[in-house]
Design a protein around this ligand. Structure first.
Ligand code: T1G
Length: 658
């Protein structure tokens, strides 16, 4: 019997346990072990019911993604699940943790489902460019109803056990700690209560006009939300088959659609980024894993970034002290944080209890002497080296010698900042992205002196804050902003060649970017990049270098905040419109610079922009400023709205170069 799956008896109840850490994925060993154990339970006369349970942190979290893209191995999961559902003895799935993908499909093929409070279920295959491939699109509509199935499968969202109970996806919830005990009691209960066991495949669905109407409405919603991703629409197609075809025919079509998705470039890209995000959180070999616990923190500077960073800690129940230079600024910062949380409660993104809980974690002070016991300080003050030197000298005086001193600088030289402290091994960059309490990306920036303990502590803290954390080196703009600058520069060059802001932005949105580059500049403020470029110690010797953006900044056209940038903004509605004067200004400047005007196709615009990112990424790798090229994909997907289903700029460029 495979050690990944074992069976034992408690009187007339067989208990089949899966033990395949870390998440009990349905590897080939688990699939074959399941078949063997179910057959053994059926053959054993004394057994009247079967409990399927998992050891470790969770119920089955899905098919084994690491097997994808390799020759499929029998037994195939749909066949395993047919064995479960066809079993003459009742099988009860006992769920804890997360029953996801093939895990939930396995539970749906069982006759009953029991879940612990706090557990979650879901069919997140669309997030991997797939659709449920083992009956999920056929069984879930039959068990939970068409709308619930459309919602869960096309969004891939996790559903809490309480909601799953309402949907009928689970039959019973329990808050007891001993899941096995309650599962066995449940099995005994149904043995006395039921004479036959429900098989979801036998539930009939109607191809009614109501259901057709539901499908039509959802098709519109899903198409709009998918923004170029194919798998949600493939999932829609398969769910429609559950209404229109028999279970067997629907299952067959589901498999065909699943295999088509599996072979698609989008799924390869989404599987790549899934593993890339997990790899990025791992420390490089050279860094010993010696993290310390961060129990109390402080943020120097209560501006936009400081407020957002403080909320990141409060959101994870970590006490955080906001430090400002005077009481008025401190009050402004704390009031702004309270307002942000209040808005989140109004919009339903936060409960009132959570708001109060988080506010208890945030305090303030105007005195560095209050930093004597904190484990970590993050400086988020004005982007000026002298200001930062002064702050770090003070921190060196007031903080414990083992406290970690981090800076949130976007592009200043962290080694230069560290020169203000006696022990630079505890200095590190913690580069958050605005708005810090929302953006997933966090760059941990090491300097040569940064110790292994400091690095491992920050990488562990990043995961604790719910961030996608990437370790990078201390070059100008580190990795993220440096690649973004290359992307922006290529766009600015094309503006000089005759592309309008609207054409540039539309091309990149059509490619899948969340926003166009000039719209982003207008939103964040054209002066931000302008000031950063002025601090670049080695600016390129190129008169065209960001010339359009510099022109606008020099004229005070800074974007939304001044009502005019690459676009003009309606003072009442804020709506953006093309600014022909700006287009003329850029054209005039191009002629002065001797830049030849020409028409560029959308495809050429897109290719040049993505190639600019990848080329800069290769340079960053050659300078040893990132650990893996896939880390650079993680940066772009989590920091700049790069479409996940393209896998990131490095993955995309490598896939087209093949
Ligand atoms: N297969 C293989 N490895 C997996 C895995 C999976 N399904 N899920 C997680 N891992 C690894 C992961 O790489 C990491 O490894 C470790 O487990 C911890 O993961 C037929 C076809 C379950 C919510 O999409 O959402 O079923 O880095 O860091 O933050 O229709 O993992 O430690 O070496 O993410 O606590 C559908 C994907 C698959 C779920 C836990 N299932 N996983 O989150 O830990 S397709 C999914 C997750 C499918 C069927 C179809 C999360 C998690 P390492 P982690 P976590």
């Amino acid at each position: 019997m495979s050690q990944a799956v074992s069976i034992n008896h408690q009187d007339e109840i067989a208990v089949i346990s899966i033990n395949n850490p870390p998440v009990n994925a349905l590897s080939q060993a688990v699939r074959s072990g399941l078949v063997k154990c179910v057959s053994a339970a059926v053959a054993e006369q004394s057994i009247r019911a079967i409990v399927l349970i998992c050891t470790g942190r969770t119920f089955i979290a899905g098919a084994d993604i690491s097997e994808f893209g390799k020759p499929p191995l029998t037994p195939y999961l749909p066949d395993v699940l047919a064995t479960l559902e066809g079993c003459p003895k009742p099988i009860i799935a006992a769920i804890h943790g997360t029953a996801l993908g093939g895990g939930l499909e396995t539970a749906l093929a069982c006759h009953y489902r029991l879940a612990l409070n706090g557990s979650r279920v879901g069919l997140p295959e669309v997030n991997l460019g797939l659709i449920p491939g083992a009956g999920g699109t056929q069984r879930l509509p039959r068990i939970a109803g068409l709308e619930n199935a459309l919602d869960m499968i096309t969004s891939g969202r996790h559903v809490k056990a309480e909601e799953a109970l309402e949907m009928g996806v689970v039959d019973e919830l329990s808050s007891e700690n001993d899941l096995l005990k309650i599962a066995i009691e449940f099995a005994r209960k149904i043995l006395t209560r039921d004479k036959t066991w429900p098989r979801s495949s036998e539930i009939k669905l109607e191809d009614s006009s109501v259901n057709q109407g539901v499908l039509k409405n959802w098709k519109t919603r899903v198409s709009k939300k998918a923004r170029g991703q194919e798998s949600p629409l493939a999932a829609m197609e398969s769910i429609k088959n559950a209404i229109q075809l028999s279970f067997a025919e629907g299952l067959k079509k589901e498999r065909e659609l699943f295999l088509t998705c599996m072979a698609s470039p989008q799924s390869k890209a989404l599987r790549h980024i899934f593993f890339a995000e997990r790899a990025a959180a791992k420390l490089p070999e050279s860094v010993a894993n010696t993290p310390i616990e961060i129990r109390t923190t402080a943020i120097i500077g209560g501006g936009t970034m400081g407020r957002g960073i403080a909320m990141c800690f409060a959101n994870q129940n970590i006490p955080v002290k906001v430090i400002e230079t005077d009481q008025e600024k401190l009050d402004q910062a704390l009031n702004a944080i309270e307002k942000t949380y209040a808005k989140m409660v109004t919009s339903g993104r936060l409960s009132e209890d959570q708001r109060q809980q988080r506010l208890t974690k945030i305090s303030g002070s105007c005195n560095h002497a209050s930093l004597a016991q904190v484990d970590l300080v993050i400086e988020a003050a004005f982007e000026n080296l002298e200001v930062k030197h002064s702050i770090f000298r003070s921190l060196d005086q007031h903080c414990r010698p083992d406290a970690i001193l981090a800076t949130n600088t976007s592009y200043l030289d962290i080694e230069a900042i560290a020169s203000a402290v006696r022990e630079p091994s505890r200095v590190v960059g913690m580069h958050f992205f605005s708005p810090a309490h929302i953006m997933k990306l966090l760059e941990v920036v090491r300097i040569p002196q940064t110790s292994a303990t400091t690095i491992s502590t920050m990488m562990k803290l990043g995961k604790q804050l719910g961030k996608r954390t990437v370790l990078v080196g201390n070059g100008f703009g580190f990795a993220a902003n440096r690649m973004y600058s290359a992307y922006g520069r290529e766009g600015q060059q094309m503006l000089l060649e005759g592309v309008t802001p609207i054409q540039l932005d539309q091309a990149m949105k059509n490619w899948g970017m969340a926003m166009g580059p000039t719209a982003v500049l207008d939103m964040s403020g054209i002066d931000i990049g302008y000031n950063a470029r002025k601090q670049n110690p080695n600016p390129p010797d190129d008169p065209c270098y960001f010339r359009p953006a510099n022109l606008l900044a020099e004229r005070g056209y800074l974007g939304r905040k001044t009502g005019r940038g690459f676009y003009r903004y309606d003072p009442e509605t804020g709506l953006a419109s093309e600014d022909l004067e700006i287009c003329a200004l850029i054209r005039e400047e191009a002629l002065k610079l001797g830049v030849k005007q020409r028409d560029l196709s959308e495809n050429e615009i897109q290719q040049r922009m993505i190639k600019a990112i990848a080329t800069e990424g290769e340079t960053i790798m050659s300078e040893g400023l990132a650990t893996r090229t896939s880390d650079l994909d993680v940066i772009w997907v989590n920091g700049y709205g790069f479409p996940r289903w393209r896998g990131g700029p490095m993955h995309f460029s490598q896939s087209i170069d093949r």
